[in-house]
Design a protein around this ligand. Structure first.
Ligand SMILES: NC(=O)C1=CN([C@@H]2O[C@H](COP(=O)(O)OP(=O)(O)OC[C@H]3O[C@@H](n4cnc5c(N)ncnc54)[C@H](O)[C@@H]3O)[C@@H](O)[C@H]2O)C=CC1
Ligand SMILES: O=C(O)[C@H]1O[C@H](OP(=O)(O)OP(=O)(O)OC[C@H]2O[C@@H](n3ccc(=O)[nH]c3=O)[C@H](O)[C@@H]2O)[C@H](O)[C@@H](O)[C@@H]1O
Length: 438
């Protein structure tokens, strides 16, 4: 099939490449000419494991192409996916202006029947507005259907998530459009759940919110563990062994970040309130998330007494491992707080430093070539992102390069006993009874 994707960012590009890999012909559109030029030059604007190979292969086989022209895209694809940003507004609700603009842009180019699919994460009832907008701006009599097909990929494992999804959700109110969508997903072996548009939109916000709720639950427990002398890692294991609960998303840490959870949870709260069915439970999830970073910072202050002019090493800048994405990264928020208190921060991230350099904060931080280099002469080391390579660092060497042996492990990545045996004072998250506590 011929498919078009409007918005060639994280979701658009990874989805486009995977659709092409599955045998479709895909045109990816973006209104950022620099992004499209980068792609036409054979470069990939994001780091995502496996993506570069997939894009190159499908460009060579001419299954994947790039353009800045929405008109070309609308003429090309039988199905037009919308994958543009849905950023938060100051009040937490979603800025839907990108979606509305694309709806108008598609409408004026429509000449014959198309299925228009919303892949961006949007509040319930957005599909209805997209449909009304297209109808208003399109030529009289032109046929189209709007479908909601939310995306569940995770950054860092996007290619695998897209090629082998847990489920595919298709929300539509027309049999004609649903039949087209079944054809789009025919090459993928995954259960398909067909719903109405509103339910599909709601599933996306509800799924992300539930995952965030799980994280906040274990983070709230981590505080009790610290006070009572229990170990949150064991508690998570014990809870997670119950199949009804599951161990995943019970990693205590600095809280959730990234370009999706923070904005999607606040968006869900806002739309629920707007519809008259407030989700106060999620307000608590947000509070716990903010409290977790504040608590961690307080622990650093208590141990170091004064942060001003102290040299602090931070390992990890990206919002999670295996991505270069630093959008709404808790690691960045942490660095910002340390810098604001006058600390001299030295940081290293395997992939996230280039994108970090685009932020004004980067001018106030020393970036290094390696994790050990960041830790040289540091008075404390803070682990902010759980890159696997940090876990295998030679602790003896680390002890040698650091000025004073303090580790604050915001992701429970290092082995506390090994750290203690190398003379470190170690503080993790919710690891109350462990040796060598700071
Ligand atoms: N990043 C992720 O892991 C996931 C994101 N989502 C959702 O997908 C949507 C997109 O997110 P990302 O891909 O991360 O955003 P992004 O910012 O990486 O990409 C969006 C792209 O859309 C382009 N764009 C904006 N307006 C346009 C227009 N009028 N015409 C053509 N292109 C236009 C931008 O230039 C940008 O390249 C959001 O709603 C997000 O919540 C859903 C699942 C996963
Ligand atoms: O809507 C989206 O954009 C996506 O949001 C998340 O994916 P992503 O943000 O890429 O990454 P996650 O692995 O979910 O991690 C999100 C945040 O939660 C944190 N986290 C995750 C798991 C955990 O146990 N503990 C924890 O603190 C991570 O450090 C990270 O800051 C969801 O997992 C995807 O299913 C969804 O498609």
């Amino acid at each position: 099939m011929k498919l078009t994707i409007i918005g060639s960012g994280y979701v658009g590009l990874t989805t486009g490449a995977c659709f092409a890999e599955a045998g479709h012909h895909v045109m990816c559109v973006d209104n950022d000419p620099r992004k499209i030029q980068t792609l036409l030059d054979g470069n990939i604007p994001i780091y995502e494991p496996g993506l570069a190979t997939l894009v190159k292969k499908n460009v060579v086989s001419k299954r994947l192409q790039f353009t800045t022209s929405t008109e070309d895209g609308v003429n090309y694809g039988e199905v037009i996916f919308i994958a543009v940003p849905t950023p938060p507004q100051p009040d937490g609700s979603v800025d839907l202006s990108y979606i509305e603009k694309v709806a108008r842009e598609i409408a004026v180019c429509l000449d014959s029947y198309r299925v228009i699919v919303d892949k961006s994460t949007v509040p319930v009832k957005t599909g209805e507005r997209v449909s009304q907008t297209i109808r208003r701006y399109a030529k009289a009599g032109v046929e189209f259907d709007v479908v909601s097909n939310p995306e569940f990929l995770r950054e860092g494992s996007a290619v695998d998530d897209l090629m082998h999804p847990d489920r595919i959700v298709i929300g539509g109110n027309s049999d004609r459009a649903l039949a087209v969508m079944q054809k789009v997903y025919e090459p993928f072996v995954a259960p398909v759940l067909v719903t109405d548009i509103n339910s599909a939109e709601l599933i996306k916000h509800a799924a992300n919110s539930f995952l965030a709720l799980k994280i906040s639950y274990i983070n709230a427990l981590s505080e009790i563990c610290e006070i009572s002398g229990a170990d949150v890692e064991k508690v998570a294991e014990g809870i997670g062994m119950d199949k009804r609960i599951g161990r995943s998303f019970l990693n205590a840490g600095l809280g959730y970040g990234g370009s999706c959870f923070p904005k999607d949870i606040s968006a869900f709260i806002a739309i629920a309130e707007q519809l008259g069915a407030p989700l106060n439970l999620l307000k608590e999830v947000e509070k716990i998330n903010a409290h977790q970073l504040n608590r961690f910072l307080q622990g650093i202050r208590e141990a170091l007494w004064v942060l001003k002019d102290k040299k602090l090493a931070v390992w990890g800048i990206s919002f999670k491992p295996n991505t270069d994405d630093v959008r709404s990264s808790v690691a960045v928020n942490l660095i910002e707080a340390l810098v604001a208190e006058g600390a001299k921060v030295t940081a290293f991230d395997p992939k996230g430093m280039e994108k970090f350099k685009e932020l004004p904060l980067a001018g106030k931080v020393t970036l290094t070539e390696s994790a050990l280099e960041a830790a040289r002469d540091a008075e404390a080391l803070i682990v902010a992102t759980e890159w696997p390579e940090f876990a295998t660092v030679d602790l003896a060497e680390l002890r040698d390069v650091m000025r004073t042996p303090l580790i604050f492990d915001g992701r429970n990545l290092l082995d506390p006993e090994a750290a203690a045996s190398h003379g470190f004072q170690y503080r993790g998250i919710g690891r109350g009874t462990l040796p060598g506590l700071v």
